[in-house]
Design a protein around this ligand. Structure first.
Ligand code: ZN
Length: 201
């Protein structure tokens, strides 16, 4: 059992190469463009947390071993066909994670203008393949940060991947009570004038 403050896994990162080693994971490659974005958010959150003295194990989609951590997040963006039928969402396996899920709704909901699906609304969220590899004292969550296949949501997300990382770093630091990462409002929002038009539906 490996021990860290925080575990951050970038959804679909490393696939399809890693799939051969983890046939039980079913090798979902994610929505179009998702695999390029999840590592950007994961790296941003990891960098900020480490700058604040938080130990982070930064993992791709498929990894071996078991981890004991304060908090864990598995970063994703949803896909939908037809598009724009989904939004952000949260998945978890334990009723004790519901507190962490509620805290993420409160934080992300202050920024994210497109709402949330119900927690655990898909089997992928309810029964995420990596839950069994992680014991997280203060919450283990799959976070779908928005629907990448919906043009309006994608346009909002595209200039904000660094902000997403900053929000996650602040969230995780608060969950574990370590690092005192400032609120993401301290970080500049680099929104282009064009994407601002999509902020409100
Ligand atoms: Zn995904």
């Amino acid at each position: 059992m490996l021990t860290y403050d925080v575990l951050i896994s970038a959804g679909h990162e490393g696939r399809p190469a890693s799939c051969a080693h983890f046939p039980q994971h079913h090798c979902n490659l994610g929505a179009a463009g998702e695999r390029a974005w999840t590592p950007i958010v994961a790296d941003a959150a990891t960098r900020i947390l480490r700058e604040h003295g938080v130990s982070v194990v930064r993992l791709p989609a498929d990894f071996a071993g078991k981890y004991r951590v304060g908090a864990a997040v598995f970063i994703h963006f949803d896909g939908s066909n037809p598009p724009c039928r989904s939004s952000a969402s949260v998945g978890y396996a334990h009723s004790t994670d519901a507190t962490a899920a509620a805290a993420w709704h409160r934080l992300y909901g202050r920024y994210w203008p497109f709402g949330f699906q119900l927690d655990n609304f898909t089997r992928g969220l309810r029964e995420y393949y990596a839950y069994s590899q992680v014991q997280a004292r203060d919450g283990s969550l799959v976070l779908e940060l928005g629907e990448i296949t919906c043009p309006a949501q994608r346009a909002w997300l595209a200039p904000r991947l660094q902000l997403e990382g900053a929000l996650l770093a602040n969230f995780l630091s608060e969950r574990i009570g370590k690092g005192h990462v400032p609120n993401a409002q301290a970080f500049p929002v680099q929104a282009s004038p064009k994407s601002r038009q999509n902020e409100r539906r």
